[in-house]
Design a protein around this ligand. Sequence first.
Ligand code: SDX
Length: 422
Amino acid sequence: MPDTITITDDRTGKTVTVPIEGGVFPAAAVRELDPSLFIYDPAYMQTAACRSAITYLDGDNGILRYRGYPIEQLAEHSTYLEVAYLLLNGELPDAAQLTKWKQDVTAHTFIHENMRKRFVDGFHYDAHPMGMLVSSLAALGTFYNDAKDIFDKPSRDKQILRLIAKTPTLAAMAYRFSVGLPFNYPDNALSFPANFLNMMWKIGDYEVDPRLERAMDVLFILHADHEQNCGTTAMRVVGSSHADPYSSCAAAASALYGPLHGGANEAVVRMLSEIGSMENVPAFIDDVKSGKGSRLMGFGHRVYKNYDPRAKIIKQTAYEVFEVTGKNPLLDIALALEETALNDPYFVDRKLYPNVDFYSGLIYQALGFPVDMFTVLFAIPRTVGWLAHWQELLGDKDQKISRPRQWYTGVDARDYVPVAAR
Ligand code: SDX
C-alpha cells in the first residue's frame, strides 16, 4: 500500500497526491490545489506544527520518551540536570560533560540585586507567585541585552544556562516575598533540587531531607518536557518572531498558568478540598457528568487516551514522600475519585484517565508548598523543555514566523454611517 494521500478538489476536478511520512502529510498539498483554500483546525487538534526530535508521545499506549529514553527509566536512574542536558543536546552526557554542565548551571543561580530589591518588592503583598514568575522571566531579559543575539550560539547557550539556573531562584524569591520572609541566596554547594528547597524553606538551621530532594528531582524530570503542549506551542510561536528567550519563556509560562494546562495541579487540590470527604465523591462525580459542575481536574488529556505514564510514577512517589511527611489526608479522596472514574462509562467512553496533575499537588502540599506555588513548581523544570524546543525551532529550515489564517465569518463590506443617522 503506497504511503501517499490523494486529495481531489471536486469544484475543479484537480487532484494532488503527496507522501505520508511519520504519520503526517504536507499541508502544502492544499496550496497546490487552491492557494486560497485553508484547513480549518481550531486548537490545532489535527495539526503537526513542526518536526521535532525531542520528545515522543504515544497517547493510545501511554508512552513518553525524552530523546528515545523511556520516562520510567529516566525517573528511576537519572537527575533533572542530566535530563536537561539530554533534552538540549540529544544525548546523555558522559562524566566530564555532566560535571561541567552542573558547574555551568550552578554558576548562574544568582540574580541581579535589582531584581530582588526593586522589581519583586513592587508587587502587591498578595500577588500570585505564578504571576510574579511570569513577570520576572520577562524582566530578567532586560538585564541581558545580548539575549537578542539569538543566532549567536555562545550567547544563546549562556541565556539557556541563565534561564535554567535562575528560574528556581525567581520561584523561591516569589514565595519568600509572598510570606514576608527574607530572601535566601542560592547555596551552590547543593544539588539543583536541594538548592531550590533550601531557598524555599531555610530559616535558621535547615537541612534538606535527601528523600525529599530525590522526590523533587523525580518530579522535575517528569515535568521537563511534553512535546507540543500549550505552553511549548506558545514558546515556539513567540520564538518564531525571533523574540529573545526570556520573553518567549514568559509567554510559555503565561500559557502554563491557565487552569486547563499547568494550573490544573492547583485546581486538583482545591477540588479535593471542596469535595472534603470520600462520602461526597459520588455526588461530585454525578455533578461532573451532568456537565453543570466543574470538570474532574487532573483527568483527561489531549494526547493520552490512556493512563498518563507520569501519573503512575508520581502516584508511587507520593507514597515515598508521605513516609517522610505523613500521608496527605486528601489522598483517600483522590484514590476514591480515581477508582470511581475509572469504572464509570462517562469517563471510560471519553478515555479520561489521571494525568500528570492529578497526584502531583498532593505531594507538593505534603512538602509544605502553598497551593498557589504548584504551577510555579511545574514551570521550573518545564523551562528546559521550552528552551529545547526554542533552540530546535531556530535550527529548523522549514520554520518561519507563525502566522496562521482564519475562516472569516463576519459581515460583508458595508459603508460607514454617521452616528446621527444610526
Ligand atoms: C497538562 O498537552 C500537554 O501535554 C499538557 C501537559 C504537559 O505536560 O504539558 O500534559 C500538562 O496540561 C495536563 C492537563 C491538565 N488539565 C486538566 O487536568 C484539566 C481537566 N482536563 C481537561 O479540561 C481536558 O481533559 C484537557 C484540557 C486536558 C483536554 O481537553 P480536550 O482534549 O480539548 O478534550 P475536550 O475538552 O474536547 O473534552 C472531550 C470530552 C468532552 O465531553 P463531551 O463534550 O464530548 O461530552 O471529554 C470531556 C469534555 O467535557 N472532558 C471531561 C474532562 N476532560 C474532558 N469531563 C470531565 N472532566 C474532565 N477532566
